[in-house]
Each structure stands twice: as structure tokens, then as C-alpha cells.
Ligand binder design. Structure first.
Ligand SMILES: *[C@@H]1O[C@H](CO)[C@@H](O)[C@H](O)[C@H]1NC(C)=O
Ligand SMILES: *[C@@H]1O[C@H](CO)[C@@H](O)[C@H](O)[C@H]1NC(C)=O
Ligand SMILES: *[C@@H]1O[C@H](CO)[C@@H](O)[C@H](O)[C@H]1NC(C)=O
Ligand SMILES: *[C@@H]1O[C@H](CO)[C@@H](O)[C@H](O)[C@H]1NC(C)=O
Ligand SMILES: *[C@@H]1O[C@H](CO)[C@@H](O)[C@H](O)[C@H]1NC(C)=O
Length: 672
């Protein structure tokens, strides 16, 4: 309702200004009508005006600047301002250095643009619009996904309005602007409608992309959507929607080019498509991988033909900004427009969003540190582990004490047996008691007996505890210490590393150690090159920063011990989270459609199912290749289990054999 009131007021004001409106007034009225209908109230309108003509000797120039009411440059901002519905930013291209116009601060991006192009001849309009778009694009609030209204004011009387509109649209499409209408006054020579109705009009034209496999993003055909009839106050003839959604769900088999390279689970191996034509750019296909499946199904739903570029040369992978200021790898493919989309478990990163667009994230992942799993304590060592060193030494002290105290007591008891007076006998008595073996003769006197009985009780208690623990340790010797935090990893002096592409993510983490990590890390690339995983699993001399999803996937089939337990364990919590996305060339018009389809795929849960089934297949393969994986924990007594027992038994046996022979020899020689 309010809208009509405003519209009628505006028309009334225009009407009362002069009874018969000039072309320019009609144009302004038309633009205002379009703005009312299609621009969100309150959103900023960017109004771009042509360069001021500075040449005063040019008669046309003065004509254009003659009176405010006769040129759209001045009357349009005035009229729009008078509506007080939209804030307006006026851009006027001038010859000053464009760098000065960059506003630096990140502003809200514009939702709608009105561009007024003025020229003498029809041929100059495209040049002018290109200049203005160039100028607008330097602004931080530049947004080609906004709605654009471009009006061409041509002074010449004879021109082809359809051709002009097409040229303009062609130029505009190069800027990836698709939501655009071009207003050109129907020229006297090419206006069939005028002949019919005898009314002059402005034609409002647009074009539709993705109409056929060979009509994708090139302007092929201009569609006349609407006309502004210049009778009375002027009116729109049909009241159609000037900004229909041009990117449909059926893109008619248009080609989309993807750049990727094989990475673990996400992208499988590739092969070259046999091409007859050696001149055509080589193309490859990928058949497996979760991400490939995802992108393929998005392309299929949108009826796009998916073509893959060969993987980046020279092992550039995701690529980076090279020394010479060019982008390499996938980054270069997408930024320079060789590919429309790029993916390969590519994490979302704010810096990349400046030069590319990213789809919705379809996989969240945590990056954590991985260390060698704790190894079992060797069984022979388990005996020493029953008591702490301090307890062992306390026991030793008590034995020495007992050995010393018995002869001391016996010297004060003359009636005591002779064997207790001997120091050597005292040692063997105490030791025999300690081991729970009987002694040859009981002492006779009460004090020695009392001492000995308390020593026996003490030894019984110690023995019981020792044997209980010994048995449990012999069965399950327990685990050695495992590193469990980043601090420990850094302090361990063992090497650590990760994929070097993640340097920039590590640099951004707020971790106090990130500087140290960056300085000392070893580069571990995809495909386990160098074999960082083997170092962690088999040599215990490495720690790895890696994606949890990837390592869990790898651990379904590799780096397992013979009981199917992983050899690589997670240390500490989340180091940084990562979201994987597909990057698209900046301002690619398909972004929203891709997001729609990805959202639906995520909501349906099919991508989870793909990952699950991938993992399941892995486990099945692993199980068939190794009998013992997945059987769970079980024990059968092996030689290794008796290792501990023999570790005690053998030295004892050897010792006793030696003592036996010593005694035999001693007696043989002493008898002679
Ligand atoms: C408006 O234009 C018509 C013809 O185009 C003319 O007959 C009429 O006199 C004009 N009115 C005014 C007020 O200029
Ligand atoms: C403005 O245009 C009128 C005719 O429309 C003309 O008489 C006048 O000289 C022009 N003014 C200037 C400053 O050129
Ligand atoms: C995909 O596009 C082609 C080419 O326009 C068309 O023939 C075909 O019917 C479309 N497929 C679907 C499923 O719409
Ligand atoms: C090239 O393509 C044509 C048909 O497209 C086919 O008949 C021919 O065998 C191909 N040649 C080679 C070398 O593949
Ligand atoms: C880890 O140990 C293996 C085998 O001893 C060795 O080849 C490798 O270089 C070591 N790794 C590091 C990072 O020192």
C-alpha cells in the first residue's frame, strides 16, 4: 500500500514538473518504478554515473550538462533521494588512480546497482560500461550477485537497440553479472512496437544463460522482458518479473570444469580419457573417492557435464602464491579460471575466500596429534616393576639389618646354638626365611626366637604381596608411558611433522607453540611420503599432526598389531578444526545452486553413508588379508608369556649349578 502511495506521489511530482515529459524524465521515472518493484527498501543502491565530460568545446557535452532536469546524471540521484526509501552511494568514474577509491574497510556489499551509460554513438556504450564496472569493482562492497539495471543513453538518432543491448549484456556477462537488465530506448529504425502502437518506448532486455550445451555463459540471444511506454506519465507495459532466477536446476548439459588430484579417501586414482583429437586439452576421469562422488552427484542433479583437468603438474597439489606472484596448483586453476570448481579435501580458509568462493562445508574434521601407541612393558622387566625402587631398597636395608642383628643378639646369649654365631650362617638363615624356605635348626633362646618369628611374619607378608603382584604382572605387564600432550611431544626431542600446506593454518592457531612447531616441523606429504606413518608406528621416533578422519580410515587396514590394535594413538585433544569445501571461481553464478544440492545431499545423509561404506569396505579388505584383525582381544600362552618366569628361573638355576660344582670341587681338593 505504502509502495503505491510513494509511487503515485513520485509520478505526481514528476507530472506536475512539466506536463509533457522529456525522454530523460521518462527514463528517471522508469528507473524509479523498477527500483520500487525490485530493490529491497533500506538496502544500499549503488548509482554509477558516467564520466563528466570535460571538453567544453564539445557541443554535445554542454548539451548533456545543460539543465539538471534534462540529464539523468543529476536528476536521478535527486529523485531517488527524494523517495527516501534507499540509501544511495553515487560512484562517478573519473580519471584519478583507481587505487585511491578503494575504501579499505570492509563494507556491507551492495544489493543493487543502477548504472547510467552515456554516449554519442552506440559503439561507445560497451567501452563506457566496461570502464564503470572496472571502477565499481575496485570498491570493497562490489557484489556481482546483486541486481543490476544498466541504462544506455545514446545521443545518436539512428542505432540498433537490440544490437546495443546485446553488446552491453555481452560485456556485462564478462564480469559474471547475471541478474541484469539493460534499458535502451527503442530506436526509430528498429522498433516494431512503435510502428504498431505509435508510442515511443524504452526496451528492458536481458538474457538467459545455460539454455543449451553450446549456450552456457555466452550471450546468445537477447530477451525483451518489458517495455516502458512513454505515454503520459509513462508505465511498464507487462508488469513481469525483471529479475527471475536465471540459474535453474536443469542447466541443460553445460560443461563445468573441475580441478583435483588424488588424495587418500576423497579422490581416487585417475586415468586419461582417450582423445582422438590431440589438439584438445587432455582430460582425465576419476571414478572413486567420496568427494568425487559428491561433486559428480551435484553435477548430475544440475544436469551439468563434468570435466576434469589433469592434476596440477610438478606435484604442486593445492598450490600457493609463488615467488613470481602467480598462483600455482589447484589454486591457480581456479583463480585463473581454468577450472570452475576445485576440490581435494580442501579446507575452508578465510584468506582463500578473498580470491575464491567456497561452497557450504560438507565435512568437518579435527586435526589432532598422533604419537606411537604405548608399548607393552617387556615381561622380564615386570618383576622389577612389582615394587618401586624405594621399596626395593627398604627391603634390602631390612635384610641387612636382620643379618647384622642376629649375630649381635647371639653374642649376648651364651646358650644359643653355635650355627647362629657364624656370620655366613646368619645370612643364609635370613635369606632362607625371606624366600620362605625352612631353616635347618630352630634357635633356642627366647630373644632370638622372638626376633626370628617377627622376621618370619614380616617376610610372609612381603612374599604374599610380591607374589600376588608378580602373577598379575606376568599376565598383563601393563603399558609404557605414552605421550599425551603437545608439550610432551615438543619436549620429547623426537621429530614431528604434518602436511606442509597446513603451515598457514598452524600459523593462524593461537597456540603459543605455533612458532616452534613451524620452525621444526618435517614436511609429511599425502601418500605417506616420506613414510611418516611408518616412523610413528614402527620406529617410535616421530609424531604426526593429521586429520582424525583420515587416520581413522588408515587405521582400519594398516598399522595394526597382530591383535588388530592400532599402533598409532591420538595424543591430546583437538589442535584445530577444519571444514572441507569445494572452492569456486570468485562470483561463479552456480555457487548458490551448488549449495542447494550439497545441503540436500547432507540432509539426506548420503554423504555419511558413502564414508561409512568406504570404511566398511576397508575393514572387509583388511580382514580378508589378515586373519587376526577384528577378532578382538584373546590370549593363548606363548613362549613370550613364559619369558618372565624363565627370567627368574634361569639365573637362579645357573647360580645353583655353579655353587654345586664349586662345592664339589672344594670337597675334592680339601679331601686330598
Ligand atoms: C505534449 O505533447 C503533445 C504531442 O506530443 C502536444 O500535442 C502537446 O501540446 C504537448 N503538451 C505540452 C504541455 O507541451
Ligand atoms: C541550455 O539549453 C538551452 C536550450 O535547451 C540553450 O538555449 C542554452 O544556451 C543552454 N545552456 C547552456 C549553458 O549551454
Ligand atoms: C539435460 O540437458 C540436456 C541438454 O539440454 C537435455 O536434453 C536433457 O533432457 C537434460 N536432462 C534432464 C534430466 O533434464
Ligand atoms: C576417433 O573417433 C572416431 C569416432 O568418433 C572413431 O571412429 C575412431 O576409431 C577414433 N580413432 C581413434 C584412434 O581412437
Ligand atoms: C626413524 O627411524 C627410522 C629407522 O631407524 C629412520 O629411517 C628414520 O629416518 C627416522 N625418522 C626420523 C624422523 O628421524
Amino acid at each position: 500500500m505504502l509502495f503505491f502511495v510513494f509511487l503515485s506521489i513520485s509520478c505526481w511530482m514528476l507530472y506536475t514538473a512539466v506536463a509533457n515529459m522529456t525522454d530523460v524524465q521518462h527514463l528517471v521515472a522508469c528507473l524509479i518504478a523498477i527500483s520500487y518493484k525490485h530493490f529491497t527498501p533500506g538496502s544500499n543502491i549503488a548509482l554509477s554515473l558516467p564520466k563528466r565530460v570535460q571538453d567544453n568545446n564539445n557541443p554535445h557535452a554542454t548539451l548533456a550538462l545543460n539543465s539538471t532536469i534534462n540529464n539523468p546524471e543529476d536528476s536521478l540521484p535527486l529523485e531517488l533521494q527524494r523517495m527516501a526509501v534507499w540509501p544511495i552511494t553515487v560512484f562517478r568514474h573519473c580519471d584519478e588512480s583507481p587505487a585511491d577509491s578503494f575504501d579499505g574497510k570492509r563494507q556491507e556489499s551492495h544489493k543493487s546497482y543502477i548504472i547510467v551509460v552515456y554516449s554519442e554513438e552506440e559503439d561507445d556504450v560497451t567501452e563506457d560500461v566496461a570502464e564503470q564496472l572496472q571502477f565499481l569493482s575496485y570498491s570493497a562492497s562490489w557484489n556481482p550477485r546483486a541486481r543490476f539495471v544498466v541504462t544506455a543513453v545514446i545521443k545518436a538518432q539512428l542505432y540498433d537497440s537490440q544490437e546495443t543491448a546485446k553488446n552491453l549484456l555481452q560485456e556485462i556477462s564478462l564480469w559474471k553479472i547475471f541478474d541484469v537488465v539493460v534499458i535502451v530506448k527503442a530506436s526509430a529504425t528498429h522498433n516494431t512496437e512503435k510502428i504498431k502502437n505509435d508510442i515511443q518506448n524504452f526496451q528492458i532486455n536481458t538474457w538467459f544463460p545455460y539454455q543449451a550445451p553450446d549456450r552456457c555463459s555466452n550471450v546468445h540471444e537477447v530477451t525483451l522482458l518489458e517495455s516502458w511506454l512513454m505515454e503520459g506519465k509513462g508505465r511498464l507495459s507487462k508488469n513481469t518479473n525483471l529479475f527471475p532466477n536465471k540459474i535453474k536446476y536443469d542447466l541443460n548439459g553445460c560443461t563445468i570444469t573441475a580441478a583435483t588430484f588424488p588424495v587418500d579417501i576423497a579422490v581416487g586414482p585417475y586415468r586419461y580419457v582417450d582423445k582422438n583429437d590431440s589438439t584438445a586439452t587432455p582430460s582425465v576421469t576419476y571414478e572413486s573417492g567420496t568427494e568425487v562422488r559428491l561433486i559428480k552427484s551435484v553435477a548430475e542433479k544440475l544436469n551439468l557435464t563434468l570435466r576434469f583437468l589433469p592434476p596440477p603438474s610438478k606435484n604442486e597439489k593445492w598450490g600457493d602464491l609463488a615467488e613470481d606472484g602467480t598462483f600455482t596448483g589447484l589454486l591457480g586453476d581456479v583463480v585463473y579460471g581454468r577450472a570452475d570448481v576445485g576440490f581435494a579435501v580442501w579446507p575452508l580458509h578465510p584468506k582463500l575466500l578473498v580470491i575464491m568462493d567456497a561452497t557450504k562445508s560438507y565435512l568437518g574434521d579435527d586435526w589432532v596429534w598422533w604419537v606411537p601407541c604405548a608399548k607393552k612393558v617387556p615381561r622380564w622387566k615386570s618383576i622389577s616393576m612389582v615394587f618401586l625402587p624405594s621399596t626395593w631398597s627398604a627391603l634390602l636395608v631390612s635384610v641387612i639389618f636382620a643379618v647384622v642383628i642376629i649375630p649381635c643378639m647371639v653374642t649376648r646369649e651364651p646358650s644359643e646354638l653355635k650355627i647362629y654365631r657364624n656370620c655366613g650362617n646368619s645370612v643364609s638363615t635370613v635369606w632362607a626365611t625371606f624366600l620362605g624356605v625352612s631353616i635347618p635348626r630352630m634357635p633356642k633362646t627366647v630373644p632370638v626366637r622372638t626376633f626370628l618369628i617377627s622376621w618370619i611374619w614380616y617376610c610372609l607378608a612381603i612374599n604374599t604381596i610380591f607374589q600376588t603382584f608378580l602373577i598379575s604382572f606376568l599376565i598383563e605387564p601393563g603399558l609404557q608411558h605414552q605421550m599425551n600432550s603437545l608439550q610432551e611431544i615438543l619436549a620429547s626431542e623426537k621429530k614431528y611433522g604434518y602436511n606442509e600446506w597446513f603451515d598457514m593454518v598452524v600459523r593462524d592457531t593461537e597456540d603459543e607453540f605455533s612458532e616452534t612447531i613451524l620452525r621444526n616441523r618435517v614436511a609429511c606429504n599425502e601418500g605417506n611420503e616420506p613414510p611418516c606413518l611408518d616412523w610413528v608406528a614402527h620406529h617410535d621416533n616421530f609424531s604426526l599432526l593429521c586429520s582424525r578422519a583420515l587416520l581413522q580410515y588408515i587405521l582400519t587396514r594398516e598399522y595394526l598389531d597382530k591383535n588388530g590394535k592400532p599402533l598409532i594413538c591420538q595424543a591430546g585433544g583437538l589442535f584445530f578444526p577444519v571444514n572441507y569445501v569445494t572452492y569456486m571461481a570468485k562470483w561463479n553464478p552456480l555457487l548458490n545452486r551448488f549449495n542447494d544440492i550439497i545441503t540436500r545431499l547432507l540432509e539426506s545423509g548420503i554423504s555419511d553413508k558413502w564414508i561409512e561404506s568406504g570404511l566398511y569396505l576397508q575393514r572387509v579388505h583388511a580382514r580378508t588379508s589378515s586373519r587376526r584383525v577384528g577378532v578382538g582381544e584373546y590370549y593363548d600362552i606363548s613362549l613370550e608369556h613364559s619369558q618372565g618366569i624363565f627370567a627368574i628361573l634361569l639365573p637362579g638355576t645357573i647360580l645353583s649349578v655353579m655353587v654345586f660344582f664349586l662345592e664339589v670341587f672344594y670337597h675334592m681338593f680339601s679331601l686330598k
